[in-house]
Ligand binder design. Structure first.
Ligand SMILES: Nc1ncnc2c1ncn2[C@@H]1O[C@H](COP(=O)(O)OP(=O)(O)OP(=O)(O)O)[C@@H](O)[C@H]1O
Length: 315
């Protein structure tokens, strides 16, 4: 490598040792669909990064590029500073995809043992099964597992090699809340121990509970990249609900109101100044009923980011 290349390597963020995986200026089409356009993503060591967005936004495609299942049409995909298809990079990776089968006739312990054999420093079988909540199911054939139990086996396969990057594509989609919370705790532990974690999810409570950073994408581009707290702050302070005769357009025109909608018999208003909006609502309709004020959530923030421009009102 000559000195010019070395200077490039030093400046290139994808070569930073703290960045486990990196997409830069990526474009990708599948069939006639332009799925990703000028897409950037960094997945950092010791952090949980949540990649969020509506169905079809391109999340799974971005994950496939980072894990070497797809190659970009333009731009670069890097895994531990290498091409994601290189086995030296892939052996440091643990992946839990949305759709993956399990061999029906093998037991849970057998598939975990098989997968562990792929890695250089795997966890013990006992440890992996315990982390995935599978100790009592070790001898059950995979074909006899429920959907949520099978998902836990996929999680076990993703973590058994002590990966430096753990990629979880909608990990808890079919799990009950208790199983999901147990998984969150082990994911948090992995990140606190230094692993990079990339999570896609439609469960915004999950993203809020786990993520250090949230990347929101829509139609193949990043629309926000911030901490959950910063995104919540952007949504404004409060969500107000009440039964009222105030019409939607009047609510949207009130000062500090970011967003408003009618939900059943109620008006729901997202506002940057709860007290001022309550005053304005009571002034407009002194007879309003069932008034409730709550803090804005990550869900409010993302709904606001993804709302069509003509439904947004600047604060
Ligand atoms: N093999 C394919 N051929 C053509 N289009 C595809 C193919 N795979 C995916 N797509 C399209 O690419 C777009 C992005 O798909 P992708 O699965 O990445 O979205 P996603 O954000 O993961 O969605 P979801 O939340 O539903 O899982 C969608 O419009 C999808 O229909």
């Amino acid at each position: 490598m000559h000195s010019g290349d070395q200077r490039f390597e030093a400046r290139n963020p994808c070569q930073d040792i703290k960045i486990a995986a990196c997409l830069r200026g990526v474009a990708k089409s599948l069939g006639s669909t332009r799925v990703l356009r000028g897409f950037d993503l960094d997945v950092r060591a010791g952090k949980v990064t949540a990649l969020l967005g509506p169905n079809g936004a391109g999340k799974t495609t971005a994950v496939s590029l980072l894990t070497g299942r797809l190659a970009p049409d333009a731009g670069t995909a890097t895994l531990f500073g290498l091409d994601p298809r290189r086995s030296a990079a892939r052996t440091r990776l643990g992946v839990m995809l949305q759709t993956a089968g399990l061999p029906d006739m093998l037991t849970v312990a057998e598939v975990v043992r098989l997968q562990s054999g792929y890695y250089r420093y795997p966890r013990t079988l006992v440890e992996t099964l315990a982390l995935a909540g599978l100790t009592d199911l070790a001898e059950r054939r995979c074909g006899a597992l429920s959907g949520g139990q099978a998902r836990r086996v996929h999680y076990a396969l993703a973590i058994c090699g002590r990966p430096d990057l753990l990629v979880l594509d909608e990990p808890t989609a079919t799990m009950d809340r208790a199983s999901a919370r147990a998984l969150w705790a082990t994911v948090r532990e992995a990140a606190d121990a230094g692993a990079a974690v990339l999570l896609t999810s439609h469960d915004l409570m999950e993203a809020d509970a786990l993520a250090d950073r949230v990347v929101v994408m829509d139609a193949g581009v990043v629309v926000a990249d911030a901490t959950p707290a910063a995104l919540r702050a952007r949504a404004g302070g409060s969500v107000i609900r009440c039964r009222t005769r105030i019409v939607l357009t009047a609510a949207l025109a009130m000062p500090s109101v970011h967003d408003a909608s009618v939900e059943g018999a109620e008006l729901r208003v997202v506002t940057g100044d709860g007290a001022a909006t309550v005053r304005a609502l009571l002034l407009a309709d002194p007879d309003l009923l069932a008034l409730r004020v709550a803090d804005a959530t990550l869900e409010n923030a993302i709904a606001l980011l993804l709302a069509p421009a003509n439904q947004r009102i600047a604060a």
